[in-house]
Design a protein around this ligand. Structure first.
Ligand code: NAD
Ligand code: TDX
Length: 338
């Protein structure tokens, strides 16, 4: 199979390319990536001689049409992915996430190419602590500009599948963790703070719940859906990994041998979603997928070790990222109500 992977220099896309090259050497991989601040060519260094890399924008209709015409399938990871950035400046999210998906859909439609769309559980909005987990039929209710653009892109895929017969599948996954994740994101931010001797930063009281999954488990599910999923179907990907943010920070502190209260509460995110939770029964029953990382602390320990071993990968982005948080108004709060 000839595969086009968009966003392959980002966190999940790079791990997907590594997985594909290692486990499915019969597949030829072309990566299309704009190398935004979130893309890092170095994430593909271990496989550089086994893939083709194209530096370009998924919203470039002509480029995308040309590349799609040369492959059998597309896996679309490329997106602006950080909620905090979407609150500060939404336009790149509209451009990359909506127009970029439109460009790909028009190309796969024209060339009759199989398409897998990588999306997020955030399209469903948030849940109260007692509510049932999201399923494939939960109504869309996005909260942030990021999740609204991802929801928009999912709806384009559904429409192109139904109206034009595009051979598409969609997956909506929870929060990923693992190697090669940008230091703006929650877990790598706290790990790299602690490596630098800086206290972790918890938004508000830290009661928000995320459904964590190791990136390798996510990518094995994407591979299964691409090859054995039903065309036109949406699959939720989750590993029963619900944890509140304070517990995650405390697990990271414990792994570094710090006191459980050695963190700072900082300004909360506006519109902060309370809880995400995924029911992945369909994926498990239909495709037989199961997570390998069932113990969060084991996956976290491996991730911490990766950041310790790969400082040259994350160090160049660290100072700018922390400066951006300060400039966006993040402040330490000394009184946060539980
Ligand atoms: P990331 O920000 O780490 O990487 C995104 C990549 O896309 C970068 O390499 C960037 O350069 C590239 N990119 C951005 N705009 C582009 C454009 N216009 N043209 C070409 N390339 C462009 O993101 P990630 O965390 O790896 O997320 C990948 C996908 O998975 C996204 O679609 C995201 O919505 C989805 N997702 C992420 C998570 C998570 O926890 N990180 C969870 C569920 C779903
Ligand atoms: O310093 C921090 N302190 C903190 O408490 C940061 C950066 C985050 N947080 C909180 C906010 C969230 O409740 O941690 C939680 C996770 O934050 P992020 O890593 O920014 O992820 P989130 O907003 O949940 O979205 C992620 O999962 C779904 C990805 O960034 C999205 O791309 C994906 O769709």
């Amino acid at each position: 199979m000839r595969l086009l992977v968009t966003g392959g220099a980002g966190f999940i896309g790079a791990n997907f390319v590594h997985h594909t090259v290692s486990n499915h050497p019969e597949t030829t991989v072309t990566v299309l990536d704009a190398l935004t601040y979130a893309g890092n060519r170095a994430s593909l260094d271990p496989v550089a001689d086994r893939i083709d890399f194209v530096h370009g924008d998924v919203a470039d209709l002509d480029l995308v049409d040309d590349l799609v015409g040369r492959v059998d399938a597309v896996v679309h990871f490329a997106a602006e992915s950080h909620n905090d950035n979407s609150l500060a400046e939404p336009w790149p999210f509209v451009q990359s996430n909506i127009i970029g998906t439109y460009a790909l859909l028009q190309a796969v439609r024209r060339h009759d190419v199989r398409y897998h769309h990588v999306s997020t559980d955030e399209v469903y909005g948030d849940l109260s602590p007692q509510a049932q987990a999201f399923t494939e039929t939960t109504p869309y209710n996005p909260s942030s500009p990021y999740s609204a653009t991802k929801a928009s892109s999912d709806l384009l895929v559904r429409a192109w599948s139904r109206s034009f017969g595009v051979r598409a599948t969609i997956s909506n996954c929870g929060n990923n963790y693992g190697p090669y994740q940008h230091v703006e994101k929650f877990i790598p931010r706290q790990i790299t703070n602690l490596i630098d001797g800086v206290r972790p930063r918890l938004y508000g009281a830290g009661h928000q719940i995320r459904d964590w999954i190791h990136v390798d488990d996510h990518n094995r599910a994407v591979w299964e859906i691409l090859h054995r999923g039903r065309v036109g179907q949406t699959y939720l990907i989750g590993a029963d990994g619900e944890l509140d943010n304070k517990s995650v920070v405390r697990s990271i502190l414990a792994a570094f041998g710090w006191d459980p209260d050695d963190f700072d509460h900082v300004t909360d995110r506006p519109g902060h979603d309370r809880r995400y939770a995924i029911d992945a029964s369909l994926l498990r029953s239909e495709l037989g997928w199961q997570p390998r990382y069932v113990d969060f602390r084991t996956g976290l320990a491996a991730t911490i070790q990766w950041y310790r071993d790969n400082e040259s990968w994350w160090r160049p982005a660290k100072a700018d990222t922390e400066r951006a948080y300060r400039e966006a108004g993040e402040r330490i709060c000394f009184a946060v109500r539980d």
